[in-house]
Write a protein that binds this ligand. Structure first.
Ligand code: HEC
Ligand code: HEC
Ligand code: HEC
Ligand code: HEC
Length: 409
């Protein structure tokens, strides 16, 4: 038997693109079945059959031209055929839950689902004209450095903690060399009042989780500098006492564990204050309460002197990507500018903006189940999701036709 290989052609660019094979772990990356392959070359009859089904069951929401009635719904015109079909099966089998869709597909057999998919895939894709006027701003926003916006959010913190998080005022904690996770935890505790500090509670009150996450990254990315304050304690005695702390805080006060603060280079006055706060219960933390039990005031001063003289090491964190850098990863499956050439992968170009945002958020939260897309979307901030959605929605869509060519082997 002669073996065949499929070649997709972007109808507009006439570009020959080799097949991109997605990773496993997603229903949508399973190989194309014989039945699906046949649907890539549909007869006029099947298209007509799909059209009459669509008229009865789908058009009131998705339009008979495949352009949905609202920006919150996906437009289907010119969407990739195998993708459409598999999503319909997903609704039917409950992997994807949406009441309207489950009702719409409940009584259709797989042949009918495939024919409606064939019909919608055969339509010319829409141009999304609504946002075209904003194109320049949308394109520019793709290169926004996520850290620039954060830097301005930290302006008010610099007077006490230093512009780069290396505090220069006695009694103020250094914020560099801490993990973003520790930063987020502490700030959320100030915000909720769990960690008592009136001023830090006021200062953190208006910061949302996303801002906190970006701020934590900002400080972790700064070059840490040891405190400039001179400690009054005896560092040699501190070194001896610190042996009991090293299992958690590292031998030299540098930590890689996310939940434990680095102590190297920390301000000595702040250091002693926090030990006392754990001791008297003002800070509620069992392991630290146990650790400070039996320490005298001068022991605390000695520990502070020892740790203040250690060199803080930067935490290993990755600089957050711009929307354009993220997009380079989406291209692999969704094609350049969202014009997928693999019939299993959805075309994102010209798709409705609100729908794209909702879809990415649903993958991130796990509400829409797909292991590949969960991994892709979970690290995206809301700002990045909005930029990507705006970018794809203004891209010119291309339709794709397939032909079979004999394989060389
Ligand atoms: C009452 C309105 C309604 C009707 C009727 C309806 N749909 Fe939908 N459809 C939706 C909504 C809402 C969504 C988005 C749901 C979600 O986010 O999972 C959707 C999503 C889809 C998707 C997923 C698209 C994508 O990009 O992932 C496909 C495919 C689809 N519909 C096809 C159909 C077909 C085919 C029919 C007719 C058999 C149909 N729909 C009937 C409302 C409707
Ligand atoms: C007026 C001075 C001041 C300002 C302004 C200020 N802080 Fe603080 N910050 C402090 C003091 C004092 C503490 C120690 C509080 C305690 O003992 O819990 C602290 C503690 C912290 C801690 C805990 C550090 C650790 O190692 O546990 C973090 C994180 C922090 N601040 C972040 C910020 C951020 C972010 C801002 C700006 C939104 C800010 N602070 C603004 C004085 C300030
Ligand atoms: C069982 C692990 C453990 C041990 C042992 C331990 N710590 Fe801690 N330490 C922690 C954790 C976790 C925190 C963060 C607590 C919080 O969220 O408030 C912490 C917080 C601190 C802080 C506050 C730092 C800041 O930036 O706010 C200081 C100071 C500190 N420890 C010093 C010590 C000293 C000194 C010892 C030894 C005498 C010690 N710790 C022993 C786990 C430990
Ligand atoms: C390894 C392949 C792969 C990569 C990389 C990838 N995706 Fe996906 N994407 C998929 C698959 C598979 C689906 C369909 C999953 C399902 O069945 O719900 C999907 C679905 C989507 C959807 C829903 C489309 C619709 O019509 O409902 C959006 C939106 C999306 N991806 C955006 C992105 C963005 C943005 C990126 C980059 C940050 C990205 N994807 C990266 C494979 C990928």
């Amino acid at each position: 038997m002669k073996r065949h290989r499929l070649f997709p052609i972007l109808a507009i660019s006439l570009l020959y693109a080799p097949w991109v094979l997605a990773q496993s772990g997603s229903v949508s990356s399973e190989p194309i079945s014989a039945k699906e392959r046949a649907a890539l070359f549909p007869s006029q009859e099947r298209i007509e059959e799909g059209k009459s089904l669509a008229e009865n069951s789908c058009a009131q929401c998705h339009g008979i031209d495949g352009i949905s009635i609202s920006d919150e719904l996906p437009s289907l015109a010119g969407q990739r055929i195998v993708y459409l079909y598999r999503e319909l099966i997903s609704y039917q089998q409950g992997r994807r839950s949406n009441l309207a869709m489950r009702e719409a597909v409940a009584y259709l057999d797989s042949e009918a689902l495939l024919n409606t998919a064939i019909y919608y895939a055969s339509l010319p894709p829409p141009r999304n004209t609504e946002r075209v006027a904003d194109a320049e701003a949308i394109l520019a926003a793709m290169d926004d450095d996520p850290m620039v916006a954060v830097k301005s959010a930290t302006t008010g913190c610099g007077s006490c903690h230093g512009a780069d998080g290396n505090a220069r005022i006695p009694g103020m904690p250094n914020l560099t060399a801490q993990s973003p996770e520790f930063f987020i935890t502490v700030m959320s505790e100030y915000r909720s009042g769990e960690r008592l500090h009136n001023m830090m509670q006021t200062l953190s009150a208006s910061l949302d989780d996303e801002t906190l996450a970006n701020m934590g990254l900002y400080y972790a990315l700064q070059e840490p500098a040891p405190t400039q304050q001179t400690a009054s304690g005896h560092a040699e005695n501190g070194a001896r006492l610190a042996e009991s702390c090293s299992s958690c805080h590292g031998v030299d006060g540098n930590v890689t564990a996310e939940g434990t603060p680095t102590l190297a280079g920390q301000d000595p006055i702040y250091f002693v204050q926090s030990l006392k706060a754990y001791g008297d219960g003002q800070r509620d933390h069992e392991p630290m309460k146990g650790a400070v039990e039996g320490l005298s005031e001068s022991d605390m001063q000695d520990l502070a002197a020892f740790y203040a003289a250690r060199t803080p090491q930067p935490r290993v964190v990755r600089k957050p990507l711009t929307a354009r850098e993220w997009m380079a990863r989406c291209d692999r499956c969704h094609g350049v500018d969202g014009n997928s050439t693999d019939p299993r992968h959805s075309r994102l170009s010209a798709q409705n903006e609100t729908y794209l945002v909702k879809a990415l958020q649903a993958y991130a939260s796990g509400e829409r189940q797909d292991s590949v897309m969960h991994a892709m979307s979970a690290p995206l901030s809301r700002g990045i999701i909005e930029r990507l959605a705006a970018y794809y929605t203004i891209q010119e869509p291309t339709s794709v036709v397939y032909f079979e060519a004999p394989c060389a082997d």
